[in-house]
Design a protein around this ligand. Structure first.
Ligand code: GLN
Length: 451
């Protein structure tokens, strides 16, 4: 059914870069599903899933949305993919993204933009626009994304889906092509809070192959999503993440969510996180710095694209020609920014101060979580913008991440869920919940009440 749906709508949406038409594999998983008496069968067995094309999969290509990896196949599975296979979840295909996950609109993909199923002239968010659009358009019931500064949550917000960035270290990053290693996290994309909890339990938990993996067990997330209760909980509204720059229809739906929580017995308090105003600036130094280092491996020698220019094929010339041809403009912009910020003489002024801001943001969160069990804000300041609208203005594009970035800088978990449609344009609005590190269960407990 999902392959049929993809065949019918993906020509217009372009959520998939690769579709796995290996029916035998899909059917085999379905047959397992039918053996319902098998106690060992996972509840998601047989449920197909789409995987963001930044996560490596054996037997299917992985491009990272870049010409640099066109046609490349990984010799191994990411840990999360291995876990999907162990749960007998067929992998439906690989989804579109901004090149190397750099972007907020999926327009920076080397394979053409993904379109928002709600309005094909609008962006589906980014970088994980393919995963969110696939789930929103019923091409896949579930998907995996990666979130470095909001790439699971912001696409969720603008496509009316649920997206979760787990606690940093809660889900293994082994096999996720690194963008900014201290910020990256893999997480679920779904249509309901419970579905994300089910998937989160499959992919979470300790992995010795990821040195930043937490050793705690993944926690009772499904139980929290089933329980859905906020009686006596304190929910903190972040003062700095509302007001100026936020669309009226986004704020209206956000305030309705607060009313809903209040009527379900939660106490709504206001918290202040004054250093969040520096989060965007710190992120756009730390993220390009780490990316410039992580992307140094695309040298035309080890794997992926190799361009040999005319004349003497020296290592520098092959490397230069390969990187000039293989990377798109946004990736080049960030590599240049990152290498500049890390260079001797500028390191302390840029990278060093960004790291200090990061500490201040962590302290803001710590203080806020003394006053509230869960924090809440709009996920993105606006609903989906039009394709091309912000393409010529990188700063305007970066501003869309203002509410999602603090969680990555502090390593805390976040969940975005649909809050209804904005009056002015009829497009989905996202509401974001944030919890202290390792308290991902709280997101599901509160999210289930808002759904
Ligand atoms: N939109 C943000 C960026 O461009 C976040 C990307 C991400 O989370 N991968 O960096």
């Amino acid at each position: 059914a999902h392959l049929d749906r993809i065949g019918a709508v993906d020509g217009a949406i372009n959520a998939f870069l690769h579709v796995n038409t290996d029916e035998a594999l899909l059917v085999a998983a379905g047959v397992d599903r039918a053996r319902a008496d098998d106690e060992a069968l996972h509840p998601l067995a047989g449920v197909p899933i789409a995987v963001k094309d930044l996560i490596v999969t054996r037997g299917q290509p992985t491009t990272a949305g870049s010409r640099m990896l066109e046609g490349w196949q990984s010799p191994y599975d990411a840990t999360v993919v291995r876990k999907l296979r162990a749960a007998r979840m067929p992998i439906l295909g690989k989804t579109n993204l901004d090149e190397f996950a750099m972007g907020s609109s999926t327009e920076h993909s080397a394979y053409g933009p993904t379109r928002n199923p709600w309005d094909l002239d609008r962006i589906p968010g980014g970088s994980g626009g393919g995963s969110a659009a696939a789930v929103a358009a019923f091409e896949a019931p579930l998907a995996l994304g990666t979130d470095t500064g909001g790439s699971i949550r912001q696409p969720g917000a603008v496509t009316g889906t649920v997206g979760v960035k787990p606690t940093y270290g809660g889900v293994s990053r082994y096999g996720a092509i690194a963008m900014a290693s201290s910020l990256d996290q893999i997480g679920p994309v779904s249509r309901t809070v419970l579905d994300s909890a089910l998937l989160h339990e499959v992919i979470g938990g300790h992995d010795p192959q990821d040195s930043t993996s937490l050793t705690d067990p993944v926690g009772a997330l499904v139980e929290a999503a089933r329980r859905g209760e906020v009686e006596g909980m304190r929910i903190g509204v972040i003062r700095e993440l509302q007001g100026e720059g936020y669309q009226a229809g986004v704020l209206a739906r956000f305030h309705e969510s607060l009313d809903l929580l209040r009527s379900a017995g939660a106490e709504i308090v206001e918290v202040s996180c004054p250093n969040f105003r520096y989060a965007l600036g710190a992120y756009y130094l730390i993220m390009p710095s780490e990316a410039s280092s992580n992307l140094a491996k695309y040298d035309g020698v080890r794997f992926g694209l190799r361009v040999v220019p005319d004349g003497a094929p020296t290592i520098e010339r092959v490397m230069g020609a390969t990187r000039a041809a293989g990377f798109g403009d946004e990736v080049k912009r960030r590599i240049i920014l990152g290498t500049y910020a890390l260079s001797a003489g500028y390191y302390d002024a840029y990278y060093g101060s960004a790291q200090q801001v990061r500490t201040l943001i962590q302290r803001d969160f710590a203080a806020a979580f003394e006053q509230a069990d869960v924090l809440i804000s709009p996920t993105a300041p606006t609903t989906a913008f039009r394709l091309g609208e912000k393409l010529g203005d990188p700063l305007a594009m970066y501003l869309n991440d203002v509410a999602t970035i603090p969680a990555n800088l502090a390593g805390v978990p976040g969940l975005s869920l649909p809050g209804g449609l904005a009056d002015e344009d009829g497009l989905p609005v996202g509401v974001q919940l944030l919890a202290p590190a390792r308290q991902d269960a709280r997101l599901y407990r509160v999210g289930a009440v808002l759904e």
